[in-house]
Design a protein around this ligand. Structure first.
Ligand code: ATP
Ligand code: MG
Length: 272
């Protein structure tokens, strides 16, 4: 039988804080080659090869802010030409910027309360410091902490930034899914080292929390990561729903978990 040709998009030179993204993709593609013909490519070079691929897998490509125009025209081609991709480009979360944090706040989902204008600041819970995030930000680019007085002195263009209260959380935790199947959870026990992740002993309630956002989103096929923080009152709050290119920390999980993940991943992309 003819093997499926996979165009695997990644940026092997991406410099992420505290992690080496390329190691994960080298590992995954080494495993994928057992079942598929795989070629690795940076998104900016993708167009030349798209026509030859049966499936395009979008993985650790780093923040797309660095190549926004290329990214937008890639997504446009995916839609116009009906290119098969994993993830599908049908998501409402990170793939579209951070607008979804406002939408989820308005719908009363358990997210860090988020507004996008100075006038709406009073809607947020009382806090000493606020977090400012550019709506189209990622990888903490442009993320700042500021008091209300400091905010008043800034001239932030309306609609381009998000404001949140600074949450004094106990720890951050991430839940990883393939389609709507929960795979594993990792957390950062040391707040000052958020990339040092350990296995997280989740409860059923934790999984229901994470699943709520997967159910809300509209990714037909793909890998998503639900990032949350545990507030002092014990509640989980959504920090980020990464539905474009979540880093998986797959080399940090135990062998059994990693094997199940890879089996599910291979099975999913075999059937697209
Ligand atoms: N409202 C908040 N209160 C306290 N800490 C926050 C808040 N928002 C974000 N942070 C901290 O900043 C980090 C990055 O925030 P977020 O995930 O929203 O940004 P990002 O641009 O997607 O960046 P990254 O890719 O680095 O995660 C969070 O993991 C958390 O540690
Ligand atoms: Mg984040």
């Amino acid at each position: 039988m003819k093997r499926k040709r996979i165009l695997y998009l990644t940026d092997l030179s991406y410099q992420a804080k505290g992690r080496v993204y390329s190691e994960e993709d080298i590992y995954i593609t080494d495993r994928l080659k057992e079942n598929f013909d795989v070629v690795l490519c940076h998104p900016v070079c993708a167009e030349a090869f798209e026509g030859m691929a049966d499936l395009i897998v979008f993985r650790n490509t780093g923040s797309v802010i660095g190549y926004k125009d290329t990214y937008n025209s890639f997504v446009k081609r995916v839609k116009e030409k009906g290119l098969k991709t994993f993830n599908t480009f049908t998501g409402k979360a990170d793939m579209q910027g951070k607008q979804y944090l406002l939408d989820l706040t308005q719908k009363n989902y358990p997210v860090i309360p988020t507004v996008d204008s100075w006038d709406s600041l009073d809607i947020l819970p009382e806090t000493e410091r606020y977090v400012i995030k550019p709506k189209d930000g990622a990888d903490s680019i442009g993320l700042e902490f500021a008091t209300r007085e400091e905010l008043a002195h800034r001239r932030l263009a309306g609609g381009r930034f998000l404001f949140q209260p600074e949450i004094d959380f106990d720890y951050e935790v991430s839940f990883y899914f393939i389609n709507d199947k929960f795979e594993y959870a990792l957390y950062a026990p040391d707040k000052t080292k958020r990339w040092e992740l350990k296995q997280y002993n989740y409860s059923e309630e934790d999984i229901s929390f994470a699943k709520m956002f997967i159910d809300w989103n509209t990714i037909d096929k793909g890998i998503q990561r639900v990032d949350a923080c545990r507030a002092k009152d014990g509640r989980l709050l959504l920090v980020e729903l990464e539905d474009l290119n979540p880093y998986l920390s797959l080399l940090e999980v135990d062998d059994k978990t990693r094997e199940i993940f890879l089996t599910d991943f291979i099975s999913e992309i075999s059937h697209i």
